[in-house]
Design a protein. Sequence first.
Length: 462
Amino acid sequence: MKAFFKNILSTIIGIVVSVIVLMVLFVGIIAVALNSSDQEVTVKENSILKIDLTKTAVVERTSENPFDGLNLFGELGQAIELKQVLDNIEKAKTDDNIKAIYINTSFVNAGLSQIEEIRNKLLEFKKTGKPIIAYSEVYSQSAYYLASVANKIYLNPEGIVEIKGLSAQVMFYKDLLEKLDIEMQIIRHGKFKSAIEPFILDKMSADNREQMTLFLSSLADNIMDSIASQRGFSLSEIQQHANNLSLENAKSCLDLNYVDSLLYQDQVEASLLAISGGKELNLIALEKYTDVEMGKEDISRNKIAIIYATGTINSGEGDETSIGSETTAQAIKQARKDKNVKAIVFRINSGGGSALASDVIWRETILTKKAKKPFVVSMGDYAASGGYYIACAADSIVANPTTLTGSIGVFGIVPNLQKFFKNKLGITIDTVNTNRSADMGVNRPLTSFERAKIQKGVEDVY
């Protein structure tokens, strides 16, 4: 028996030691990775800047916590800030060691407005006379939208270019809720506030379909017209290609002038080597190029503060993926009171959230305006509902053609779970109140008096 317990104890100790060793190794790897990113990077002569956004996500702000990038498999996901991408392309314009840009991406892990900003910066780079070369085995629609700025677009002989237009799908829960005996009590104000429709309808309303159609058509026309202008198509031609799914294989992509040649990777690399004029092909990754210093410039004490607001708007603290009213309001206040900050740029990527939290942030923007400090809003992929609320007081608002903004409306949802509890779970609830609405909540339906009060509150917020 004593031997048995010894074996059990030794096994437990072995497991604990193994876990500790693995954790130490993991932290060591992270530390080495972070340390290596701080090392100075130099660019060899006749180098080419490589842009591959297939596995690297473009974000507004990267997290300072290295563990935030861990996925379900324990792998660290890569991310690069949009500003870093734009700054790197700008830097490459005057870097004598960079002879060209090589876009090698089959998918772009970024929003449409972010892709558009990168694309516009590449068009600026193109004006320097340095070439842009694109190659991929397969181009998704977003990847081709980016690659279409290139002087030469190459495709694998067995590859394909995806051009099929845009689609938006909405999932509706009305029938499911009815089967569960759950009633969603909706109180709203604003005709086009469609966020509540999945709970009360089984398909889009005419109003929602109208706005979705207009928005998607606007996006698609912008994307396809941009592609057409670079490849010598008319908008109607590329629309026809999308409707007919004309890009069936690599040959059709070549015949219809979406690509310039069908090449394999080694042939593309030979072409890049010829362009660089070097003896060997030197590619520097976009992420690595971020660490390249182009010479020290005189730094003024005067600053422009850039404040990022990304995600859903909530009360309290926020981070790189959520907008906390406390954190954001404090950042605006601090920039307003800093005498060295001469202007504020407020970068918004938000579909809205809490009206109260939005109002807290809005108050700081109003105070900044009264302080006569220039306050500019830059809208990303979307700045809707509360996202527009926190933007509207700015001195100036800048958006992309692909930005989704507006969605001015207010709604409230109060679930009624009374029948669900009784019919599905066999639970009944008895109540004692000191006042008539003390038990107002999800356990019973709203009274007409309570609904009227909530409706007035929604209208007041609107």
